[in-house]
Design a protein around this ligand. Structure first.
Ligand code: FES
Length: 208
């Protein structure tokens, strides 16, 4: 697999790696695509809301270590509001790209950073625990990468319909039966949504 020089640098010499004692916030997320995990710890100045320190532990692949390294570098010294704008696309760009089948590794790193920020804000009364809604489902679908091209399934217009009513999730996907990734995508959607207690059933339909 072809990796950029930047990816190799961050993999061989990762920044901000290690466990943080007494963090102000932390988050651990797993990637449904591969089962790997990353933990991010934050130290936040309460008055200025600046991320003074950030560390990570990765139980993932080279791309995950590299993206966690760059994501923590990007977040350090930023305010929470600034760091909230860091996306997996920014991480990919800063690493001069990743192979398409590895794009989901950057989603895992960026998503874990965002969860750690969100956990801080909830714990400090800066925001409410968000209500589960159709928008929550769409946000989760934006994290699911179609491996052949390394883009998310919403951007690729593979999602035709999303419905949520009384615990029932209904999703129509525009992925044909001969597509080798169809079952993987459906499985990943289930794994992303099953973690929400509000979700009782998930129905995914394909074109006949
Ligand atoms: Fe699992 Fe990269 S393959 S995080």
């Amino acid at each position: 697999m072809q990796y950029s020089e930047k990816v190799l640098q961050h993999f061989m010499n990762p920044q901000n790696v290690g466990k943080m004692e007494h963090p102000d916030s932390t988050a651990t997320e797993g990637s449904p695509a591969c089962g790997d995990q990353v933990t991010i710890y934050l130290k936040v100045d309460e008055a200025s809301k600046v991320i003074e320190d950030v560390k990570f532990l990765s139980y993932g692949c080279a791309s995950n270590i590299a993206t966690a390294s760059i994501v923590t570098e990007m977040a350090k010294g930023k305010t929470l509001d600034e760091a909230k704008k860091i996306t997996w696309r920014d991480a990919m760009e800063a690493l001069d790209g990743l192979p398409p089948v590895k794009a989901h590794c950057s989603v895992l790193a960026a998503d874990t950073l965002q969860t750690a920020i969100s956990n801080y804000e909830i714990a400090h009364g800066l925001k409410e625990v968000p209500n589960f809604s159709k928008e929550t489902i769409i946000e989760e679908l934006k994290k699911i990468i179609y491996p052949q091209v390394g883009e998310d399934i919403i951007t690729l217009k593979m999602v035709k319909y999303v419905g949520f009513d009384n615990g029932e999730v209904l999703i129509d996907l525009n992925i044909m039966s001969f597509d080798q990734y169809r079952e993987n995508v459906a499985e990943e959607i289930r794994e992303h949504l099953e973690k929400y207690p509000e979700v009782k059933n998930i129905q995914i339909n394909f074109p006949s």
